[in-house]
Structure formats: structure tokens, C-alpha cells
Ligand binder design. Structure first.
Ligand code: DGL
Length: 285
């Protein structure tokens, strides 16, 4: 019992960097915006590249992988972890928050990207019809339908899984002609639901790399939305409202990168997502 209390107070009072997690590189598009908006904090980024992509994997697998990675952040002292991955947010976040957190690290927090985006999208659509483009896992989970309904029940939500988009990006084929076929295919599918859709959400943190290409094929009246800025604004607001978490976030303006796969490969590709070169270290999870 005494040990339990000792453990409780130790985990309560740990100070550390804000953890940012994705299955691979996609979360770097979110970290870039977060670090630009809140440069004073320290950040640890972990890409579970060895086990990516998460998109086609089962609920149990994504949950177990994500939980292991969240534990890694807690072991590194992070008081707050952002799942900068829609698939992990859809398939693992709720269980971790409701079932595991109390045992893993009371006083620490894990947040996702689906809720802040769902909160915002209702304000941005004029026609009240939006499209969600995501991985198979995110779409199948129905998380966006559930979350948007909570904040904006008047908004009609259409979804489209784009299973080839992450592989095209990860294999650096996304700006080539071959990618056009898959981009047009999924845009046509989602827009076929209704000609009233005025907002399309890139509900996968990899997809901002396709933004330029998608815009070439998208009718001009449709707004294409990425999540990075929305998540960064929401995090700033969260830290303001939760001083008990904020005061445990260290502030030396550092960013460190980790990958479960080859650090050299990570460094080579990460710059495309992060906008500047990085120097990652390998970790075994
Ligand atoms: N970046 C992840 C997301 O936002 C998906 C990538 C993957 O399939 O692993 O959903």
C-alpha cells in the first residue's frame, strides 16, 4: 500500500516533455504546427515506423501498439501525450483514457486529434455537409460521425477510406502520376454522395503531403482542411485550462525524435513531413 502511494506521487509530480505520437511520419505534420505555436515547450516525437501502417490493422492491434508507445512516453517522464494519429485516436484513445490511464500513470493525460477537429468542423462548413478522408481504421471506427454529431448535430458527414494514400506517401510516390489515379478515385467517391459538400477533412496526419495534388482535382468551392493548426490551437487552449498539467511540461524549447525502425531512414524521410532536417534515435518498444 505504501509503495502504491509512493508510486502515485512519483508519477503525479514528474515533469517532462510533451509527447507526440504517430504510427510513422504523419504526426510530424502536427508536431510542426504545435512547435510553431507553442515553441517554449520540450517535445518528444515517437514514430512507430517498424509497425506502420496502423490504418489496416485491427482494433486490438492498434490499441496494444498505441498503449505500448504511450507507456514509453510515460517512462520518459512525459506528463502529456498527443496521439497525432487519427487511427490511434479512433481505435485506442478512449480505452487508454477510460481503462488504462489510472493504472499506468495517474495525473498524466493522453489526448487525440479527432475531438479537436470535430469541434471545429461545424463552424467551418456553410452548407453543413462535410467529407472525411481517412484510413480504413479511422473510417470503420465511425469516430468522426460520433464526435461531429456531439458538437454539430446539424452537420451531415460522409466518409471515404483511402487505403492507398499512406503507402503512396510512405514510398515517396505521392507526387508522381501514378498517385493521380488513387487521388481522383477517392475524391470522386466522396463527392458522389452529395454536391453540397463544401469542406473535406484530411483525417489522416499523413495526408497534408497530398494537399497540393488533391487541390488540383478539387472543385474550387470546396475547402480542404488539414488538422495541424486546429490541433495546435486546441492544445494551447487545453494547457491554459489545465495548469496542473501545464506546470509539469518542461520549457527549454527542445524537440527530440525517436523511431522504432531505422533512424537513418527516419531522418531521410522526416524532413518532407517536418519541413526541416531531424536527427532521430532508434528505440525498441
Ligand atoms: N497517420 C495516421 C493517421 O492519422 C495513419 C497512418 C497509418 O496508417 O499508419 O491515421
Amino acid at each position: 500500500m505504501q509503495y502504491a502511494w509512493f508510486f502515485y506521487f512519483c508519477t503525479m509530480s514528474t515533469k517532462g516533455a510533451i509527447g507526440v505520437f504517430d504510427s510513422g511520419y504523419g504526426g510530424l505534420t502536427v508536431l510542426k504546427e504545435i512547435a510553431a505555436k507553442l515553441p517554449q515547450y520540450d517535445y518528444l516525437y515517437l514514430g512507430d515506423n517498424a509497425r506502420a501502417p496502423y490504418g489496416p490493422r485491427s482494433f486490438d492491434t492498434v490499441y496494444n501498439y498505441t498503449k505500448e508507445c504511450v507507456q514509453w512516453f510515460f517512462d520518459k517522464g512525459c506528463p502529456l501525450v498527443i496521439l497525432a494519429c487519427n487511427t490511434a485516436s479512433a481505435k485506442a484513445l478512449r480505452s487508454i483514457q477510460q481503462k488504462d490511464l489510472e493504472q499506468m500513470a495517474p495525473g498524466k493525460r493522453v489526448l487525440g486529434v479527432i475531438r479537436p477537429t470535430s469541434e471545429k468542423i461545424g463552424e467551418l462548413t456553410k452548407t453543413k455537409q462535410v467529407g472525411i478522408l481517412g484510413t480504413k481504421g479511422t473510417v470503420q471506427s465511425g469516430s468522426y460521425l460520433i464526435e461531429i454529431e456531439k458538437f454539430s448535430p446539424e452537420v451531415k458527414v460522409y466518409q471515404e477510406a483511402c487505403p492507398m494514400w499512406v503507402p503512396l506517401i510512405e514510398n515517396n510516390e505521392y507526387s508522381n502520376e501514378g498517385a493521380d489515379f488513387f487521388i481522383k478515385k477517392h475524391l470522386n467517391n466522396i463527392l458522389a454522395h452529395s454536391n453540397e459538400i463544401d469542406t473535406l477533412l484530411l483525417a489522416c496526419t499523413h495526408y497534408p503531403l497530398l494537399k497540393e495534388k488533391i487541390e488540383q482535382f478539387l472543385p474550387k468551392h470546396i475547402t480542404l482542411l488539414s488538422q495541424g493548426d486546429i490541433v495546435a490551437t486546441s492544445l494551447a487552449d487545453y494547457l491554459n485550462r489545465h495548469p496542473e498539467i501545464e506546470e509539469n511540461c518542461t520549457k527549454n524549447a527542445t524537440v527530440q525524435f525517436f523511431t522504432t525502425d531505422s533512424a537513418d531512414d527516419f531522418n531521410e524521410k522526416a524532413a518532407i513531413f517536418y519541413g526541416q532536417s531531424v536527427n532521430a534515435s532508434h528505440v525498441d518498444i
